[in-house]
Design a protein around this ligand. Structure first.
Ligand SMILES: Cc1ncc(COP(=O)(O)O)c(C=O)c1O
Length: 388
């Protein structure tokens, strides 16, 4: 066991700790309710169903979605992206995506390209990690089904201009699929206002719910054109052997992870009660400003005065990124993520793929100013004594 107190700076992977109310809601459900949702009429089964629907409504409100029924629960962000990508594409379709994407987008698209005659265009980004909406527009072809783009990169934190991209895509009759894994719950995100057609995210990062939760929003008019890639019991239309085609049960086959959804509901309530605070943004800015001062350290991503998701990725002379992450954990209890962050094209674009990627710090809602100070001091100390 590490003797140093844990300083968790890996919230871009999953947030920790969760608010107390999240633990309490899961515990309450597991001990006192324990029933499946949407399947029976006894008291606890009704409570389970209500819990799921309350969480759905709370998530929809937070994300600017008018009809909560357009939001399906999934196992995580990857699961939501798979349901959307495989459910929407047909042989012969074309997709525009970007080099900033996570493997949760790249791999389903790669599978479609390798097996289902789908073609994919990858749009590049500038040195700060921004994608140019005009380049996206130029890449759209008559048979482009959708543009798949991350709201904010999990490597650079660059926030993409989604409203502009949606407008340009819609002018060309193309849908927009947004991966909001790094922004939902962290940044203001109004799905309808931004013109997003399909949105996928985990529930366990900025939304502060437990692992095992995710969300997929599909705009109402589109639900008929998505093919449910999973079939099974939904608790509805039980006489019918074909999959129901109504949202959300169309995409929710099998029992939902109700304990985790109880936790997610409590998490979203917690987020709604939080006073608008820019503490996380200030901490990120402090990391950017002070780490820049350290010799041999190079930060990647947007200029420091630009808004970004709470990720700060850097290289440090004299260290392999993985080695640096291990050393700072062992010597200071600072937990961060190093390597390619499941975003290989992003690292190729930054020129960091051949050197083992980057070290990434990601503060979260519970990160204290002292955690940030300690991280900066530890990084400066290690930078002064390179390992290689
Ligand atoms: C940008 C991005 N997309 C997708 C995912 C996948 O999310 P999940 O872990 O919920 O499957 C991640 C997770 O790190 C991510 O950062």
């Amino acid at each position: 066991m590490n003797k140093h107190p844990r300083i968790y700076l890996d919230n871009a992977a999953t947030s920790w700790p969760k608010p107390e109310a999240v633990y309490a809601a899961i515990d309450r459900y597991q001990r006192n309710i324990g029933a499946a949702a949407g399947r029976a009429s006894y008291e606890q089964a009704q409570v389970a169903s209500r819990t799921v629907e309350q969480t759905r409504t709370a998530c929809a409100q937070l994300l600017g979605i008018t009809n909560p029924q357009q939001l399906a629960f999934t196992a995580n962000g990857t699961d939501a992206l798979n349901l959307a990508i495989h459910g929407l594409l047909k042989p012969g379709d074309h997709v525009v995506t970007t080099v900033c994407e996570h493997n949760s987008v790249l791999r389903p698209l790669n599978h479609q390209a390798a097996n289902h005659n789908v073609t994919v265009t990858y749009v590049g980004c500038d040195s700060q990690g921004y994608v140019d909406p005009q380049e996206i527009a130029q890449a759209i072809q008559p048979h482009t089904r959708f543009v798949a783009i991350t709201h904010a990169s999990n490597v650079t934190g660059a926030i993409q201009p989604i409203a502009d991209i949606s407008r340009l895509a819609h002018e060309r009759d193309t849908l927009v699929l947004v991966d909001a894994a790094q922004t939902a719950g962290c940044l203001p995100l109004d799905v309808e206002h931004l013109g997003i057609d399909i949105l996928a995210t985990g529930g366990h990062k900025g939304l502060l719910g437990p692992l095992g939760t995710g969300l997929l929003y599909i705009r109402e008019e589109l639900a008929k054109s998505i093919c449910p890639v999973r079939q099974g019991g939904t608790g509805t239309h039980s006489h019918d052997e074909t999959q129901p085609l109504e949202m959300p049960e169309m995409l929710e086959s099998g029992n939902l992870n109700v304990p985790a959804l109880a936790g997610l509901g409590a998490a979203v309530q917690f987020l709604n009660r939080q006073p608008d605070s820019d503490r996380q943004a200030l901490q990120t800015k402090q990391l950017l400003d002070q780490l820049t001062e350290i010799r041999g350290l190079r930060i990647f991503g947007p200029r420091h005065d630009q808004p970004r998701a709470s990720v700060v990725s850097f290289s440090i002379e004299g260290y392999d990124p993985q080695e640096f992450a291990s050393v700072i954990d062992v010597t200071h209890g600072i937990q961060c993520r190093a390597g390619l962050h499941c975003a290989p094209r992003m690292h190729t674009a930054l020129g960091t793929d051949q050197s083992g990627g980057l070290v990434r710090l990601s503060p979260g809602w519970a990160t204290t100013d002292e955690d940030i100070e300690q991280a900066i001091t530890a990084i400066a100390a290690l930078a002064a004594v390179p390992a290689i």
